[in-house]
Design a protein around this ligand. Structure first.
Ligand SMILES: Nc1ncnc2c1ncn2[C@@H]1O[C@H](COP(=O)(O)OP(=O)(O)OP(=O)(O)O)[C@@H](O)[C@H]1O
Ligand SMILES: O=P(O)(O)O[C@H]1[C@H](OP(=O)(O)O)[C@@H](OP(=O)(O)O)[C@@H](O)[C@@H](O)[C@@H]1OP(=O)(O)O
Ligand SMILES: [Mg+2]
Ligand SMILES: [Mg+2]
Length: 356
């Protein structure tokens, strides 16, 4: 009897997972195996070099494939194609999270547009003005920045948001001379002064948690010829970061910004609907003086550093998402929809949403 035969004859359902060894070590992932067993699930690591058909059957696929999607070389494309084919052939499998939704978050420009298209603006939550920079032509870029309303200082972020070794390399640009330092393809985004405090919202299905982190200090449009500052975001906003870029000028008082729990709740509820993701993180800063809340970054499957009982909430998320998907499939089938046809399912999901 093979491992797969044994599995299919046992009563536990299988969660196939993949994340890098580095990530699983960081999360102490072995512990999650125990939590899964307590809830009737078996946790099996996917072998991405082999067909998934021989490794299942899976009830759930749980992954952090950001670095493979972002790699985009021949081998990576083959791996992702194989996973997508398996998902297509097995519509009953729950995937956390859908690859298309993850792809959106891997593109900072698309991500900011998602936020822009929500109603969050009505409650004082916004995404700072941004524009995509695709060329190295400084004159054209200055024009583009002006037309979009991006103001100095602004922050330049690589298009790719996660999973590469350059995606966290950023710069703060103070003047037209600095525009030459933009490294396309990137997104230029107006800098929001926020007294060097970042709020990270970690979301696991219906649960979320806020943690406070250090952030960049206040910067002002300078009349002088100030040089561009370049930095690695991971040296600024980790729980143990102590970058000199986070130290406020002596003339500034570190007045605590007032984070609004209702706004945070609305951010999670609203983005949950728009992103179609269960595992993500939202970075928020509170603008000095106005108290408006700015969403400056959204990450697929973030670090969850400081999230209490992450594994308990993760298994809870898996189980409730499975229940939702089983109920909605039953509803669609009762309504005569073909659930193997994703366009049909989209139409009926819209109908279901309008009823709920
Ligand atoms: N528009 C902005 N205004 C002010 N500060 C910003 C802005 N955008 C980013 N920052 C600062 O730069 C840091 C890095 O930006 P961002 O969160 O977009 O990078 P990242 O590499 O995607 O981070 P993560 O590690 O969370 O994925 C933030 O933690 C914050 O301190
Ligand atoms: O380094 P941490 O553990 O904190 O997690 C970071 C995570 O690294 P990982 O690869 O180890 O998951 C990053 O993913 P990649 O860019 O590497 O894809 C990205 O999601 C960050 O936003 C996370 O930072 P956080 O937002 O939680 O502070
Ligand atoms: Mg961030
Ligand atoms: Mg990010």
């Amino acid at each position: 009897m093979t491992e797969n035969d044994k599995r299919s004859s046992s009563s536990s359902m299988v969660i196939g997972y993949w994340m890098s060894d580095r990530k699983s070590q960081k999360l102490n992932w072995i512990e999650f195996g125990k939590v899964c067993r307590q809830h009737g699930y078996e946790l099996v690591k996917l072998d991405l070099d082999k067909p998934l058909e021989n490794q299942g059957p899976f009830a759930v696929i749980l992954h952090k494939l950001t670095e493979i999607i972002a790699r985009n070389d021949e081998k990576a494309i083959q791996i992702i194609d194989r996973i997508e084919q398996y998902i297509k052939d097995h519509p009953e499998v729950l995937i956390i999270d859908p690859l298309d939704s993850v792809r959106t978050l891997l593109d900072r420009y698309k991500t900011y547009n998602v936020v822009l298209n929500t109603t969050l603006n009505n409650i004082g939550v916004f995404t700072p003005t941004f524009v995509e920079i695709l060329s190295t032509n400084v004159k054209d870029n200055i024009k583009k920045l002006k037309n979009a309303g991006v103001t100095f200082p602004f922050i330049c972020k690589p298009f790719v948001a996660q999973g590469t070794n350059y995606c966290h390399q950023m710069s703060v640009i103070f003047n037209e001379r600095g525009v030459a330092d933009c490294k396309p393809p990137c997104v230029a985004q107006s800098f929001i002064n926020h007294n060097a405090i970042l709020y990270k919202l970690y979301v696991v299905g219906d649960h979320y948690q806020m943690v406070e982190r250090p952030s960049l200090k206040n910067f002002y449009a300078s009349n002088d010829d100030r040089d561009t500052i370049t930095f690695d975001s991971h040296s600024v906003s980790k729980s143990d970061s102590s970058s000199e870029l986070s130290v406020l000028d002596p003339s500034e008082s570190a007045k605590g910004s007032s984070i609004d729990p209702i706004k945070l709740h609305s951010i999670v509820k609203t983005l949950g609907n728009h992103l179609n993701m269960s595992l993500y993180g939202v970075d928020v800063v509170v603008e000095n003086d106005t108290n408006r809340h700015a969403i400056i970054d959204i990450n697929a499957y973030p670090g969850y550093d400081g999230f209490p009982d992450f594994f308990g909430k993760l298994i809870d998320c898996v189980m409730s998402r499975r229940a939702q998907s089983i109920c909605s499939k039953a509803y669609f089938e009762d309504s005569g929809f073909d659930t193997s046809d994703s366009s049909d399912e989209k139409k009926s999901r819209a109908k279901l949403n309008s009823i709920n």
